[in-house]
Design a protein around this ligand. Structure first.
Ligand SMILES: [Zn+2]
Length: 191
């Protein structure tokens, strides 16, 4: 965009049009200069539909362990199920164009597997009205099943926890009904 000679305001508008993400001019400036943004990393993220993105959405919507800290824009999953953590790390790596999965580390203190990623763009994307994410979840059969796998993995985590937030579960059920009670025919297909 810089090579096209766009101003910050034009870049801001183009980014919003292309990705639905609104970034401050300051963040764009940091981004262009390659300086780490104080409000979070600007790992590459394009909201192209894919089973991996659908999985990340499924985790973000259904599991409260995704923490997005105000200052770090961190996306963190902390769970007892190692396979769940591994799959999330793989999907997050793909979604953020890393070419390799994020590290899954064991926390002795918490007794949990932890995956930590950081991206202001993905954070903004996941923080939009969750109803709007339906378009990505319903993209194709593979995207739907990836969402479901994340949903059930997260659900397994609830069962393993003593304190269960009813609000969270209600939200999950609501998402589930919206996504799968009224499915329209899918015209797309992820490879
Ligand atoms: Zn798809």
């Amino acid at each position: 965009m810089r090579q096209l000679g766009l101003s910050y305001a034009q870049m801001q508008r183009k980014l919003l049009e292309d990705t639905g993400i609104h970034l401050s001019k300051a963040s764009i400036s940091y981004w262009l200069r390659g300086i780490p943004d104080p409000s979070g990393s600007l790992n590459r993220f394009r909201p192209d539909p894919s089973p991996e993105l659908s999985y990340v959405i499924g985790v973000a919507l259904s599991d409260g362990n995704i923490n997005v800290h105000d200052y770090h824009r961190e996306i963190l999953l902390s769970v007892t199920d190692r396979d769940f953590a591994s799959e999330f790390s793989r999907c997050l790596g793909r979604v953020l164009g890393r070419g390799e999965p994020y590290k899954v580390r064991w926390s002795e203190k918490r007794g949990r597997w932890i995956v930590q990623g950081s991206s202001i763009l993905l954070h903004k994307f996941l923080n939009c009205n969750w109803f709007d994410l339906r378009k990505w979840i319903e993209h194709c059969g593979k995207c739907e099943s990836a969402f479901l796998r994340a949903f059930y993995a997260a659900k397994g985590q609830y069962a393993a926890r003593a304190s269960v937030s009813m609000i969270r579960i209600e939200k999950c059920c609501c998402i589930f009904k919206i996504c799968f009670g009224t499915l329209t025919s899918n015209r797309h297909s992820c490879t």
